[in-house]
Design a protein around this ligand. Structure first.
Ligand code: NAD
Ligand code: UD1
Length: 351
């Protein structure tokens, strides 16, 4: 019998590669599509080491209409997980058109190709950023959209487009998953996050200080109305997220509809909680200075993840200790994160 695939766009990226492991563990066959704009082909060998087989990969752009038509023609694809996208908030302010092009047009192009080939099962990567500065935490899914930058707008727009698509044809099976702050890495330390240049996000910055790539962390504000004055977020382990995707895929396969779920732990951690936990589990000091607030930052937010539990039976299992320990293992084993100046790009499958 020919293989049936789950197409994973952005499959060599941070969350896509970890989700490919969870898919394989659950008996699905991932087929990766990526243009390597923010990833490295070497992840395929690492996935082989973990899964025991190298996933098929198509190198290409999710906005490439003929490529997608050929892809859906060549492979028996039963569902799609759509991770491909741009995700740097600051870049989205500087270059909004690229964000709308890749994130919104890319989603529309993908959905068109799916519609043309009769594949109507889609798991979409959304973000807690659609809530902007929430009125209160924990944030339920019915909290209003208030995205504060083009990245957040692009996710909110994509969500609305998918809702309209579902309204036009209720046989679609769509899950819109809103991630809170994904961190951590696979427990093997073989794959993890590859920040470009100086990280904006807290966890990669902390691990780069711990390994000696950066000298000191600047804590962006210690005068917030939070228990220790530093910003509070809902950090969620990337393998928990990955398992949440598999649970969502199973659910929508059995239940056509439009599902919208927060994926978070429901627990807030402050910047100092993260730094102190990281120091403890890694045994490395993380030098830090207190600095001013970062413009655009929200003091505190965390998820209400109760819908994901009620609907999928999914709950984050890994706590801050595992998030820090796994981030550290990945960083310590790969101090240059593949040294992407020398990355090879020759392992794609032609379609
Ligand atoms: P990532 O950059 O590691 O992965 C995205 C992947 O998509 C990369 O491998 C990149 O090369 C690929 N890609 C980008 N544009 C493409 C295009 N036009 N065609 C084909 N491939 C393309 O990011 P990630 O952290 O894994 O995020 C995955 C998704 O989750 C994104 O849509 C992101 O917006 C969303 N998300 C991420 C976070 C986070 O903090 N990591 C939080 C909420 C939502
Ligand atoms: C950011 C994005 C958000 C995205 C999320 C992914 C912004 C405004 N928001 O959220 O859209 O979904 O990443 O994880 O960029 N911090 C420091 N020092 C640092 C870096 C961060 O103190 O060097 C603090 C921040 O002020 C914040 C916390 O750490 O309180 C987390 O920051 P970060 O990892 O950037 O995530 P978010 O700001 O929540």
């Amino acid at each position: 019998m020919p293989s049936k695939y789950i197409l994973v766009t952005g499959g060599t990226g941070f969350i896509g590669s970890h989700t490919s492991i969870a898919l394989a563990a659950a008996g699905y066959i991932p087929l990766l599509l990526d243009n390597f704009s923010n990833s490295d082909a070497r992840v395929l060998q690492r996935l082989n080491n973990i899964i025991g087989t190298t996933p098929k990969l198509v190198e290409g752009d999710v906005r490439d209409t003929p490529l997608l038509a050929k892809l859906f023609g060549d492979y028996d694809i039963t569902g799609v997980m759509h991770f491909a996208g741009l995700k740097a908030v600051g870049d989205s302010v500087a270059d909004p058109l690229s964000y709308y092009d890749v994130n919104v047009c890319g989603t529309v192009n993908l959905a068109r190709a799916m519609k043309a080939s009769g594949v109507k099962t889609l798991i979409f990567s959304s973000s807690a950023t659609v809530y902007g500065e929430p009125e209160s935490s924990p944030i339920p899914e019915h909290a209003p959209f208030a995205p504060a930058n083009p990245y957040g707008q692009s996710k909110a727009m994509s969500e609305l487009i998918l809702a309209d698509l579902h309204k036009s044809d209720p046989t679609w099976r769509i899950a819109r998953l809103r991630y809170f702050n994904p961190v951590g890495a696979h427990e093997s330390g073989l794959i993890g996050e590859l920040p470009q240049g100086k990280p904006n996000n807290l966890m990669p910055f902390v691990s780069q200080v711990a390994v000696g790539i950066r000298e000191r962390l600047t804590v962006h504000g210690n005068d917030y109305p939070t228990p220790d004055g530093t910003g509070v977020r809902d950090y969620v382990h990337v393998m928990d997220l990955a398992e949440g995707h598999v649970a969502a895929l199973r659910h929508v396969t059995d239940n056509p509809g439009l599902l919208t779920l927060n994926l978070g732990t429901g627990v807030g951690a402050s910047v100092l909680d993260v730094v102190n936990t990281f120091e403890r589990v890694s045994g490395r000091p993380v030098a830090r200075d207190m600095g001013p607030r970062r413009p655009g930052d929200v003091p505190a937010y965390w998820a209400d993840p109760s819908q994901a539990l009620a609907t999928l039976g999914w709950k984050a299992k890994r706590g801050l200790d595992e998030m820090c320990a796994d981030s550290w293992r990945w960083q310590a084993l790969n101090p240059d994160a593949y040294d992407r100046r020398t990355r090879p790009r020759t392992t794609s499958t032609a379609v």
